[in-house]
Design a protein around this ligand. Structure first.
Ligand SMILES: [Fe+2]
Ligand SMILES: [Fe+2]
Length: 292
């Protein structure tokens, strides 16, 4: 069983919605065009897709931040870029939203996110159905939507009380024989160095996620948000894997589950490295990371 994971492609473009000048999108777009656009190389997306074909995964996961300000125009471009992953048919492609995908309270933006979520997940679920789980052989994936519009100075995320209760119930539920559990969300509970993220950037339920990993109630948490990839392993063997930003770092995370050995194996693939065979790169890509 092979899972290829990437995150945070951050497509950015101007929006036709003039109300954007009066809310958080004005700051986000200014920041994007003055500073962040230079950080992202969108040519890495088709190169990554080529590599994914070579890697031949069973599941491909994108853990959010497709966009910069969550506008319909940005979502349209992101869907176009990622459509080959949906249409390939060789694997199950899964997407969960990041904080930039639910940037402001806007009906048009919310509708674009719902449409994008449904389309990229091949109409399997409505966004409102999350958290929900799906199974691929021994692996059970729980998909969570941690993205909610927040104040302009915040890049935080969190779950409403009902979703948080469902997540905690899933952590505590007994496992099926041989079952491995993988959470797919946007936010890491800790950074690469094992510290909580700052108040301005963290996940509201980071402590319960951290506890679930420490106590091995889940085996793997896949996330993004921090743009430099990292992997943390808990003493009990659970993994938190942040794929970083594909368009900034150019890295794919590859996780193999070997049922006979009952273990996970992980490596990174650098999609900037030409067309040679996938190469392993160091487990920890960074000790600190630029976020969001
Ligand atoms: Fe983020
Ligand atoms: Fe991001």
């Amino acid at each position: 069983m092979r899972i290829v994971h990437f995150s945070d492609i951050h497509v950015g473009c101007l929006t036709r919605d003039m109300t954007a000048v009066a809310d958080k999108r004005a700051f986000g777009l200014l920041n994007y065009f003055l500073r962040r656009r230079r950080m992202f190389d969108y040519e890495l997306v088709p190169r990554a897709i080529q590599r994914i074909h070579v890697l031949s995964p069973d599941v491909v996961v994108c853990t959010g931040d497709l966009t910069c300000v969550g506008s319909p125009e940005e979502f349209e471009q992101a869907r176009r870029m990622l459509r080959p992953l949906v249409e390939a048919g060789n694997w199950t492609f899964v997407y969960v939203p990041g904080n930039h995908d639910a940037y402001v309270r806007s009906d048009a933006c919310a509708a674009a996110l719902r449409q994008t979520f449904s389309e990229l997940n091949s109409e399997r679920w409505d966004l409102a159905a999350l958290p929900c789980e799906f199974r691929v052989r021994d692996l059970t994936f729980l998909l969570v939507n941690e993205a909610r519009p927040r104040a302009p100075w915040l890049s935080t995320g969190g779950l409403p009380p009902g979703d948080a209760a469902a997540l905690n119930a899933w952590f505590r539920a007994p496992r099926r024989p041989g079952e491995k559990r993988i959470l797919a969300g946007h936010f890491p509970c800790l950074d690469a160095g094992g510290k909580r993220l700052s108040l301005r950037r963290r996940f509201d339920q980071d402590r319960s996620l951290s506890q679930a990993l420490r106590s091995s109630q889940i085996d793997v948490a896949l996330c993004g948000h921090i743009h430099r990839p990292f992997l943390r392993d808990e003493a009990g063997g659970a993994l938190e894997i942040c794929a970083g930003s594909l368009t900034a770092a150019g890295i794919l995370s590859v996780l193999d589950y070997v049922p006979d050995a009952d273990r996970f194996a992980h490596f990174w693939v650098d999609v900037k490295g030409g067309e040679q065979a996938p190469a392993a790169v160091p487990k920890a890509m960074a000790t600190a990371g630029a976020v969001e």
